[in-house]
Design a binder for this molecule. Sequence first.
Ligand code: M6R
Length: 612
Amino acid sequence: MCGIFGYLGRRNAVKTAIDGLKKLEYRGYDSAGIAGVFQGQIIGCKEVGKVEGLEREVQELDFQLESAIAHTRWATHGKPSQINAHPHYDNARSLALVHNGIIENHLALKKELVSQGARFVSETDTEVISHLIASLYKGDLLFAVRKAIGMLKGAFAFALIHKDFPDQIVVVGHESPLVIGVGEQEMFVSSDPVAFSEFTHNVVFELLQPINRCLNGNDEVAVVHRDTFEVFDAAGQRSEKKIEKLTAKFGTASKGAYEHYTLKEIFEQPQTIRSAYVDRLSEEFGTAHFEEVQTEMPELLDVERILILGCGTSWHAGYLGAYLFEDMARIPTQLEISSEYRYKNPLVPHRTLVIAISQSGETADTIAAVRELKAKGTNVHGSTLSRIADACINMRAGPEIGVCSTKAFTSQVVILSLLCLAMARMRNMHKEDGKRFITAIEDLSAQVEQILETAPHIEKIANKYAHHENFFFVGRRYMYPVSLEGALKLKEISYINANGYPAGELKHGAIALINENCPTVALCSNKGTYEKILSNIMEIKARNGPVIAIAESGQKGLEGIVDDIIWIPEVIDELAGIPATVATQLLAYYIARKRGTDIDKPRNLAKSVTVE
Ligand code: M6R
């Protein structure tokens, strides 16, 4: 994982690199570091924690560099510490290197390098690359780098500066993203163009797609100078690269009047939900369409099975999608966690539509799962994994800065609902039913608005329960995925142990954990199973478990039984996951706030998980 930034040019290299790193913190924030050449020497500075810590340190030291490489880390090999922070050096400090990815054969390489005399100081896999290149370097840096990458296994991107070439940054992107930004007498290197987009929109990457912003897939090496760059292939031959114009808009994110990005993003949902469906509904025909996908294409009509892939919150959205596709479109749908699916040697019958869901489009597990399917010759449709997918439906939710995913989830569910509507209408769904479903979708924004208005009530409930260390979230049918998502939100931002559970499954074991110190959030909105969840609530109450119900106005039988109720508007079962999730987001947010955690950047996490 991690974010890489490099700068060569007329600006203050340290400041430019630190500013760039701040925009890459979504990729990890365990430690940060910077290095480069100053008066012929490689010097560096590293700090544990967020980039602002590094910024303070370089300001205090009045740290200067002529050119800089910098890094923000999400720890994989070795705990977050100053010694494990990047950049990493060779023993002679002739080079500094920053890396994103994992070197899978680092132990074997380390053994060999140690036997040759290399002294390792960190626990990282990255340090192997520094020592390896140094050991292969005999005056021809390009040769040493090319030779080294032939010996490395795994997915990796790295940037290095060598003291013999103070005006160069050498970069490699092997199945990990790395982009070059071409400015006016200045050059940038970054894991993501967002980090330099305020300075230049001229970029070099293979495709203008969010997922494969990799410089190359063929072990190319780029040498970046102050005003130009060269790319060499594995044989050392120069390869031509097109400079392309960045078309994506990169707004400057701001919290506005909100205390946290997470809260702002929760409150943005009436708009983001609307953006997800606007222009995509055909009221007249009771169906949906996407400018990005030809929903009328014959392949969609021929689809006999659906496979949904995702991780974390995106997997939870996929869970709701899977229920929808089976219920409404009557298409057998399989849901898989990307990181598990990849190693399954799965059976993928002919005419399977694969939907890979991702907020970032950079999740390594999901990319790997889709690549595996591609390798099997599957026809992949949909997803934000744009390069490898055949089509990509945009969420139109704007940047999500909070590490905990909120508005992305509700947008994903809206989009899955639209796709499901389109496919159901192609099959057996009546136009009038399609129209009714459209009305329900169009009502969602206002319904979410109503829930947001109850935030002070939810905050009061949150304050009452914030001291508990264990929670259950339970639901049935459409509320089961919501229970998983609600529990994940609480775990992620408040560090409370929370379990999402099918309400009917509690009695098969987990009910042993219920007592007066373990509250349960009971998600009651699935009307088809309301009577059943009421019984499950009684079972919890009989064991002294406090219960907070999230229920639809009009649902009877809860008052006097449960301890607290969060009322939400009545919504059809198929879409009830959206408002119910918003209520759980607010509950998790206010509990975390009461506990004083770092809500926007919770410990141990990163926004984009770009390692497997
Ligand atoms: O970018 P993606 O949607 O592919 O990310 C998948 C998960 O890493 C992500 O949803 C994660 O679970 C969230 N931080 C949860 O809030």
